[in-house]
Design a protein around this ligand. Structure first.
Ligand code: URP
Ligand code: ZN
Ligand code: ZN
Length: 461
């Protein structure tokens, strides 16, 4: 494996910002220092550039069967798009089919992903049917497969949702095995009631997707989940948290000395529910939970700085326009999700760091370091330190560009951010010591991305 020197960049981690050289050998960071005297096969001059750890997006859905179709990015296209946008590791979701084993779901997902990834990747395992047969599989997944996080859905009844009895049982078992429980926290029954009500009244446009999932459906479920996690003592993580009400319940949990990890997604920081007023075009942003209000964005930005919101992910779950049109006459049939895996790092830099809403070090923390720590990959991933995987972004903080479906690498024929002007660009992206992307060109081959067996969370809750 060739050695590589990145010289004279501004190195940024979650803790520090300083000028240094980074020397990479055998996939890992070998030395960091000023004016390193090393013989490298190749040198990249990073003068005037930021050099930070490769992004980790712990919430993506690639090639996932969902709502009568499949998300449109394969493991190959999705992980390429991730790398173009500075994300070097993704955590995807395996969905257990109700009535079947966790093992069979793992094998199904391995069949689609093995040998097809460009970036590194791992899996959360979504337990949709917890019973005496699936219970022993939890330990097997943690110890044999390195899958240490288990996803639960409090919504999507009849397909993915588990009830509270199953949730408690799962939490106890995951706690015993040293894992972590993550959740899609919304009140499934209340949402189903509102969907049925709106449909029966002939209210069928994307706006009613939004109106079927009011803030209370998320805040109630977030509190219930936090309570169950408190009782069982399991490390708990709420995915795609969108709103002030839900965040306040997490804040309340801290008052009894509980830690609940919170992830939000880039869209909830930047986009709002007014997009559902665009008629069927609003289908581009039909996702669950839906986009919210300005006051919720304010709460999420503050939550990042308060340390309550630890991770900014994407929930990348792309569909083509043809797929979105499955719900042209009924919002409840629009496949839920939007494409964003490529844009998270640049959008958050442009809209968060440049505007002064978050610091550069907080940026690294929420795009990479915290996810590595929470999901058992630190310090191999998530930071720039000696011995860590050389997953590195060389970033021009001043280059301006415009996001568009004509230039993105998502397998979708529209962009949820069409025309958005961004300042800051991922120029060179390095994965385990190899240049993955340079000036917009992919240099890796399919299958370079490795499956990551993960440890238990390294944060104490
Ligand atoms: O709309 C969404 N979020 N689609 C993907 C599935 C999920 O709930 O995360
Ligand atoms: Zn979800
Ligand atoms: Zn999701």
């Amino acid at each position: 494996m060739a050695s590589l020197l990145i010289s004279n960049g501004t190195v940024v981690t979650a803790a520090d910002t300083y000028t240094a050289d980074i020397f990479i050998e055998n996939e890992r960071i070998n030395a960091i220092g000023t004016n390193l005297k090393v013989q490298a096969d190749c040198t990249i001059d990073a003068t005037g550039k930021l050099v930070f750890p490769g992004g980790i997006d712990p919430h993506v859905h690639l090639d996932m069967p969902f709502m009568g179709t499949s998300s449109s990015d394969s493991y190959a296209t999705g992980t390429q798009a991730a790398l173009h946008g500075g994300t070097t590791t993704v955590i995807d979701f395996i969905l257990q089919t109700q009535g079947k084993s966790l093992r069979s779901a793992l094998e199904e997902w391995q069949g689609r992903s093995n040998g097809n990834c460009y970036s590194d990747y791992s899996f959360h395992l979504a337990v949709t049917d917890f019973n005496e047969r699936t219970k022993p599989e939890i330990q097997e997944m943690v110890e044999k497969e390195g899958i240490t996080s288990f996803k639960t859905f409090m919504a999507y009844k009849g397909a993915l949702m588990i009830d509270d009895r199953q949730m408690i049982g799962l939490m106890e078992e995951v706690k015993r095995c040293g894992g972590l429980v993550t959740v899609h926290a919304t009140h499934g029954d209340m949402i189903d009631y509102l969907i049925d009500k709106h449909r029966s009244e002939g209210k069928l446009s994307p706006l009613y997707h939004y109106l079927s999932q009011p803030e209370i459906t998320e805040s109630e479920a977030s509190e219930r989940f936090a309570d169950m996690a408190y009782y069982t003592g399991v490390p708990a993580y709420i995915v795609h948290l969108t709103c002030e009400g839900a965040l306040n319940h997490v804040r309340d949990a801290t008052r009894r000395n509980q830690t609940v990890f919170v992830e939000t997604c880039i869209q909830y920081l930047l986009l709002d529910a007014s997009l559902y007023e665009k008629g069927f075009e609003g289908a581009k942003w039909v996702m669950s939970p839906p986009l919210r209000q300005k006051k919720d964005q304010d709460a999420l930005w503050a939550g990042l700085n308060q340390g309550l919101v630890r991770v900014v992910a994407t929930d990348h779950c792309p569909f083509t326009w043809e797929q979105k049109k499955m719900g042209e006459h009924d919002f409840s049939k629009i496949p839920n999700g939007h494409p964003a895996i490529e844009h998270r790092m640049e959008l958050l830099f442009s809209e968060g760091v440049r505007t002064g809403k978050i610091s550069l070090n907080k940026y690294v923390e929420v795009t990479s370091t915290n996810a590595a720590k929470i999901f058992g990959m630190f310090p191999r991933k998530g930071t720039l330190s000696i011995g860590a995987d050389a997953d590195i972004v060389i970033f021009d903080p001043n280059e301006k560009h415009t996001l568009s479906a004509t230039t993105h690498h998502h397998n979708t024929d529209y962009s949820a951010y069409e025309g958005w002007e961004v300042t800051g660009k991922c120029k060179t992206v390095i994965l385990r010591g190899r240049v993955a992307v340079d000036d917009g060109k992919m240099h890796l081959e399919k299958g370079y991305g490795q499956f990551l067996r993960r440890n238990k969370t390294s944060l104490i809750v």
